[in-house]
Design a protein around this ligand. Structure first.
Ligand SMILES: [Zn+2]
Length: 93
């Protein structure tokens, strides 16, 4: 994994009983936990020009804290517009 890699943070299936429409089950590449991968995240991964890896929320938080402890800077993209639309549609259901 390099500094430019894309980490896609996914909600564990056990913690999210009602995922957004079209979400598929994948696995955290760190610990193997079953996670939801939303259609918008699939599109982000498809468009990415860097290696994308899936992380459950606990593994992503641990990885971010470890990087901060090493003094490394991390760029967090937050919710992309199409991901926000996806969440809005899920809340309207
Ligand atoms: Zn994990």
């Amino acid at each position: 994994m390099s500094d430019d890699d894309l980490i896609v943070v996914c909600m564990p299936v056990a913690d999210m009983l009602h995922p957004v429409a079209g979400a598929i089950v994948q696995h955290c590449e760190q610990c193997g936990t079953a996670v939801w991968l939303a259609p918008s995240s699939v599109r982000v991964i498809d468009r990415a020009t860097v290696l994308a890896t899936l992380r459950c929320v606990p593994c992503a938080v641990a990885q971010m804290r470890a990087a901060q402890a090493r003094g490394e800077s991390l760029e967090c993209l937050g919710l992309l517009p199409e991901q926000l639309d996806e969440v809005k549609r899920a809340l309207d259901r």
